[in-house]
Design a protein around this ligand. Sequence first.
Ligand SMILES: [Zn+2]
Ligand SMILES: [Zn+2]
Length: 178
Amino acid sequence: MTDLPRSDNRLLRLNVGFLLKEGPGYSREFSFDQDGTFVVEDVVISQLRGVLRLTRTRQGIVIQGTLRTQIAAECVRCLAPFSLPCHIELSDLFVYPAPSETPRVSTPYIVDDGGFIDLRPIIREEGILAVPIRTLCSPDCKGLCPHCGQNLNEGLCQCTEEHIDPRLAPLRALLDEQ
Ligand SMILES: [Zn+2]
Ligand SMILES: [Zn+2]
């Protein structure tokens, strides 16, 4: 990591006040074409492209659409940070008016009193789901040397032992037992 990413999180707040004044069924599209970086707690995404359709319903505002983005991930083999291209699919109801009597946890997605929708919680949730547990910077990542820790994608190290493809290491261990 070089310097900390600058966050443009205000772009993740949508003003939907004008939609609330319309009747059920009225809809509008919001398009995103942003190069900024967005930090939502533990999720760092960059770029935000796509179109969301916001529809007024009796319960609030329904958001549907797909956003293309890049999510910061770490390679499980060489530990290098990299950006993983992801699609974030949204199809959710944001309740309006926000119910005051029920605990907030039961309705995480609301339109606030000022007529704004905060997309951060949903982007964080969907972003986490979009990143697989085992992420590789590239399908043929060579990983780190098990002896000196050199990133073998950047060149061979000085270790005398022959380099074993980490994917073949369990096989090698079997052969050594014989
Ligand atoms: Zn890697
Ligand atoms: Zn080495």
